[in-house]
Design a protein around this ligand. Structure first.
Ligand code: GAP
Length: 531
C-alpha cells in the first residue's frame, strides 16, 4: 500500500539521508533542500530515465543544456518580467506576507483581518553580473528552462537539419522566489525541471498535444506512479498562463495534500518563437506578442512542401523533479506486516491509543485545528489495527502531538511491536533504486567471508554499472530491514557455503525469497532484473 500520510515519507527521507534541509547547521534556508547520498542517486536515476524515454527512445528529439544566466531581454520578451507575478498581501498586524489566493481575508499566522490590498510580486530572483552592481548589470536566475530552448531554436535547427515535427529536451535548475514555500519538496525555491519543447506544423498542435498527454501518462506509469492516482485537469480558459492555448495539468493524489499538479502539458501556439523573433509583422503570427525591437533572428522553419517559412507551434510537457521524486517515494512506500502480533500485545496498543486520543480530545494546550487533525488520524489508525500499527509513529510526529500526555506510553507499547512485526519497504522500480545491491558477509570477523563479499561489491560497481554497497554492521535480519527501507532490490549474503561452491544467497526485496546464484553469474542475474 502506498504512503497514507506525507509525514511517513518526509520522516524516512530525513532519517535515511535522502533529503536534508539546506544549510541546516545555520538554521536552514526556507524552501531549499539538499539531496543526500541516497537522494542524489534516486534523483539522478529519475532524470536519466526521463532522458532515456524522451530522447534516446524516440527519433524526433534533441537534447540541450542551456545556461541558467541569460540576457535579461529573454525575460522581457518571454513575458516573465511583466506576468510572472503572484498577487500578495501583507498582514499589518504581524508583518507576514501571503499569496492573496491562498488566504480567506484573514492572516493565517495571527488571524488578523487587517491586510493590505493585493500587490504584484515578481517571483524571479535577481543577481548582478560583473563587478559593478548597477541597473544594467542585473540578470535573473531562470524561473524555467524553457526559454533556453526557444532562444536556441535556430541554433539547433541549423546544426541538426531537423524536420518538423521535432522536440528539444532539457533538464536543469529553475528558481522561483515562492512567497510561501511548503510541503517539503512540493513547493520550493530552487528545483530541477524536466522540460520538452516540441515543435510542430501549425494546425497539427491538437493532435500532438493529445499524443504527448498519452506519452507522458505512460512514462509516469512506467516509473511506478499509478495511473489511478493521476487526474488529467483540462485547465479552464480563464485560468490559462499567458502563453497557453490549452493546458492539461496532471494532478497526482499526494497523501495528505490531495490532488496537486505534478506536470503541465501546454499547447503554446507560436507565442514563444514569435515573441523572440525579429520582423514579427511579416510572420503571420496567430498569438498576440509584444513588439520585439532587440532580436537579431527570425525563429522560423522553412517548409519544403509549401516552400514557405513558418513559425512552428509548440507543445510543452514540463515537470518538476522534486514533485516527481516525492510521488515516486509515496507510491513505493509500504509498511508491511511480516507476522501478526499476539492479541494481548495488540490490545495493549489499542488501549494506549484510546487513552492518548481521549487526552488529546480534551487538551487545551494545542489549537482546535491540531486537536481535530490528531484525533481524526488516531481514530483512523485505531480502526485499522494491526496493519496501521507503524503509523502510530507518524501520529506522534504530528503538530501538537508532543503536547499530549500519554504519548510516551503509547510509543512504548507500539514501537517494539512495530519493530518486531513490520518492515518498511520501498517498492521502487529496481532501475530507480538508489542502491541496486547490498553485499553482506555472514560473519564480519571472518577474513574469507569479508574479502569475498568486498570483492563482489567492488566488481558489481566497477565500470559504473550499478551502485552497490558492503555492510557488516549488524545481524543479517537487521541489514535486510535497513536495505528494504531504502528500496535496495537485492541483498547478497556471503556464507560458508560460498567459500566452497562460489555461490551467494540473493534475497529479493519484494518477495523476500532467496536463491543461490553463482558469483560468476551475479552481474548478468542482477542486470536482467534491474528494470
Ligand atoms: N515552462 C513551463 C513551466 O514552467 P510550470 O507549471 O510553472 O510550467 C512546471 O512548472 C512544473 O514545475 C510544475 O508542473 C511542477 O511540477 C514544477 N514546479 C513549479 N513550481 C515549483 C516549485 N515552486 N517547487 C517545485 N516544483 C515546482
Amino acid at each position: 500500500m502506498p504512503a497514507t500520510s506525507l509525514d511517513q515519507v518526509v520522516s524516512l527521507a530525513k532519517r535515511r539521508g535522502f533529503i536534508f534541509p539546506s544549510s541546516e547547521i545555520y538554521g536552514g534556508l526556507q524552501g531549499v533542500f539538499d539531496y543526500g547520498p541516497l537522494g542524489v542517486e534516486l534523483k539522478n536515476n529519475i532524470m536519466q530515465d526521463w532522458w532515456r524515454a524522451n530522447v534516446y527512445e524516440r527519433d524526433d528529439m534533441e537534447g540541450l543544456d542551456a545556461a541558467i544566466l541569460m540576457n535579461r531581454l529573454v525575460w522581457k520578451y518571454s513575458g516573465h518580467e511583466e506576468t510572472f507575478v503572484d498577487p500578495m498581501v501583507d498582514c499589518r498586524n504581524c508583518k507576514s506576507r501571503w499569496r492573496a489566493d491562498q488566504i480567506h481575508g484573514q492572516c493565517p499566522n495571527c488571524g488578523s483581518a487587517d491586510l493590505t490590498e493585493p500587490r504584484p510580486f515578481n517571483m524571479m530572483f535577481k543577481t548582478a553580473v560583473g563587478p559593478i552592481a548597477d541597473a544594467d548589470a542585473f540578470a535573473y536566475l531562470r524561473p524555467e528552462t524553457a526559454q533556453g530552448i526557444f532562444v536556441n531554436f535556430a541554433n539547433v535547427l541549423s546544426t541538426t537539419s531537423r524536420k518538423l515535427p521535432f522536440g528539444i529536451a532539457q533538464i536543469g535548475k529553475g528558481f522561483r522566489n515562492e512567497i510561501n514555500p511548503r510541503n517539503f519538496l512540493f513547493r520550493v525555491r530552487e528545483f530541477d525541471m524536466l522540460e520538452i519543447e516540441y515543435f510542430v506544423m501549425p494546425g497539427t498542435e491538437d493532435e500532438w498535444h493529445q499524443r504527448w498527454l498519452d506519452d507522458r501518462l505512460r512514462w509516469w506509469a512506467s516509473i511506478g506512479v499509478s495511473r489511478e492516482r493521476i487526474q488529467v485537469y483540462d485547465v479552464p480558459k480563464a485560468d490559462l498562463a499567458h502563453y497557453s492555448k490549452r493546458t492539461f495539468d496532471l494532478m497526482y493524489n499526494y497523501p495528505t495534500l490531495g490532488y496537486q499538479e505534478i506536470e503541465g502539458i501546454a499547447s503554446r501556439s507560436d507565442f514563444d518563437l514569435g515573441s523572440h523573433s525579429k520582423d514579427q509583422d511579416s510572420l503571420g503570427l496567430s498569438a498576440r506578442v509584444s513588439p520585439n525591437s532587440h532580436s537579431t533572428t527570425r525563429l522560423t522553419y522553412f517548409d519544403p512542401t509549401s516552400n514557405k517559412h513558418v513559425v512552428p507551434f509548440v507543445v510543452e510537457p514540463s515537470a518538476g523533479v522534486g514533485r516527481c521524486f516525492l510521488a515516486v517515494l509515496c507510491e513505493a512506500y509500504d509498511e508491511q506486516m511480516v507476522k501478526p502480533p499476539a492479541d494481548e500485545k495488540l490490545a495493549a496498543v489499542s488501549d494506549a491509543l484510546a487513552a492518548y486520543l481521549k487526552s488529546a480530545g480534551k487538551s487545551e494546550k494545542i489549537s482546535a485545528e491540531a486537536r481535530d487533525a490528531l484525533v481524526a488520524r488516531g481514530e483512523a489508525i485505531a480502526t485499522d489495527l494491526p496493519s496501521a500499527l507503524p503509523q502510530v509513529e507518524s501520529l506522534l510526529a504530528m503538530v501538537g502531538a508532543d503536547q499530549i500526555e500519554l504519548g510516551k506510553k503509547l510509543r512504548g507499547q507500539a514501537q517494539p511491536l512495530t519493530d518486531e512485526h513490520f518492515r518498511t519497504v520501498l517498492h521502487l522500480r529496481p532501475r530507480l533504486a538508489p542502491i541496486k545491491a547490498a553485499v553482506f558477509p555472514l560473519k564480519r570477523n571472518h577474513e574469507g567471508l569479508v574479502s569475498l563479499a568486498k570483492g563482489i561489491r567492488k566488481s558489481l560497481q566497477s565500470g559504473g554499472r550499478m551502485r552497490a554497497v558492503y555492510d557488516d554492521t549488524g545481524a543479517i535480519g537487521k541489514l535486510y530491514r535497513r536495505q528494504d527501507e531504502i528500496g535496495t532490490p537485492f541483498c547478497l549474503t556471503v556464507d560458508f557455503q560460498s567459500l566452497e561452491d562460489q555461490t551467494v544467497t540473493v534475497r529479493d526485496r519484494d518477495t523476500m525469497a532467496q536463491e543461490r546464484v553463482l558469483v560468476a553469474e551475479l552481474q548478468g542475474y542482477l542486470e536482467e532484473r534491474l528494470v
